[in-house]
Design a protein around this ligand. Structure first.
Ligand SMILES: Nc1ncnc2c1ncn2[C@@H]1O[C@H](COP(=O)(O)OP(=O)(O)OP(=O)(O)O)[C@@H](O)[C@H]1O
Length: 346
């Protein structure tokens, strides 16, 4: 639904050049919620602004719903007719809502419909329908100043949906909100994604946002995508930085000398298996549990456990193989316990 290929953006100002995007390939599938995460300056805002051509990329392509936007004339303030049409199918939600204070909630939602020349009755009908969809039917006549942050963002979302977009871009939509309101807005985005089949591309600096609402994610650093994919695949990927940040086990309990420490990740049905006790029984070994956590990620139950087996890695090749045969992902922590390795028995 959204594809970027080798996307670069170089800002030039007063003789200085800043490379905000350095060859970004992104592939967002239809109907998924895709999160781009990264620290400040990673290039997230630039990326999302290039996707709807608020910012014209220096090179590379952007294709949304089969239309190559980078091939259309204009950009930024001088979009041509075709680009304006294509943009109408892309909704955008902003961190600071960008509502007009002098207009009522209903008039704010009607704004994009006015711009495309819809008549008054039709505008009212559509705005009422959208406000109902975001749970704000009773606030149509209020002004933005009379609303809470979460309500303002709901108006922003209703306005973004006015052009019946297939794609919704969200630029840190929850960063200005408290944790509870954040949860309710993310829940709304998820509902809209499911009810309307809306593809959502969001950028955030918070792992919790990725964890609670996204199907897939990309980690950006220095204008590049370092890692990307479906969360469930990333969790099964040895050494995945995103997986570790999404699902930290903490540094507590690093095991004793002459022991082997494993990190075991299990998903879905596998999590129900009492694999630790089976392992202990089958191989007559004492297993020490150093840490464990279970969470729901991308709507799937995922667990991670750190366990210690007596003896060296070599001594434990067979039990490790047994765990892998059960469909568990097993990472062997190296003896120094500082870096994770995939383990020689992979
Ligand atoms: N209009 C601009 N002119 C010059 N440099 C810019 C401009 N916009 C962004 N940059 C630079 O491009 C780089 C990427 O910025 P960008 O805002 O895309 O990152 P970000 O990941 O969204 O960060 P944040 O979370 O702080 O918004 C930064 O080094 C930034 O200073």
């Amino acid at each position: 639904m959204i594809t970027t290929t080798d996307l670069t953006k170089v800002y030039r100002s007063r003789g200085r050049e800043v490379t905000a995007l350095a060859g970004v390939d992104l592939h967002v599938r239809p109907g998924e919620v895709y999160g781009v995460v990264g620290t400040s300056g990673a290039g997230k805002s630039t990326l999302i602004r290039c996707v709807n051509m608020l910012e014209r990329p220096t090179s590379g392509t952007v294709t949304v719903d089969g239309v190559e936007l980078t091939a259309l004339a204009g950009g930024e303030n001088r979009a041509g007719k075709e680009l304006r049409e294509a943009r109408r199918r892309i909704g955008m939600v902003f961190q600071h809502f960008n509502l007009l204070a002098s207009r009522t909630v209903q008039q704010n939602v009607e704004l994009p419909l006015e711009i495309i020349g819809l008549d008054r009755t039709e505008r009212r009908r559509k705005a009422a329908e959208l406000l109902d969809l975001v749970g704000l039917a009773d606030k149509a006549r209020s002004y933005p100043g009379q609303l809470s942050g979460g309500q303002k963002q709901r108006v922003g979302i209703a306005r973004a949906l006015a052009g019946d977009p297939k794609v919704l871009l969200s630029d840190e939509a929850t960063s200005a909100l408290d944790p509870e309101t954040t949860r309710s807005i993310l829940k709304l985005l998820r509902e809209l994604n499911q009810q309307l089949g809306l593809t959502v591309l969001l950028i955030t600096h918070e792992m919790d946002v990725i964890k609670s609402v996204c199907d897939s994610a990309a980690l950006m650093r220095g204008g590049r995508v370092i890692e990307s994919g479906a969360l469930t695949d990333l969790l099964a990927e040895p050494g995945s930085e995103l997986a570790r940040e999404l699902f930290p086990l903490g540094e507590s309990g690093t095991g004793r000398p002459d022991s082997t420490v494993l990190e075991i990740t299990f998903q879905g049905d596998t999590s129900a298996q009492p694999f630790v006790s089976q392992l202990a029984r089958t191989y007559q070994i004492d297993i020490n549990i150093l840490g464990a956590a279970v969470e729901t990620i991308a709507g799937r139950m995922v667990g991670r456990m750190r366990v210690e087996l007596p003896g060296s890695h070599q001594d434990n090749v067979v039990p490790i193989g047994y765990l892998r045969e059960q469909g568990l992902q097993v990472d062997v922590l190296d003896p120094a316990r500082t870096a994770k390795t995939n383990g020689a028995a992979a």
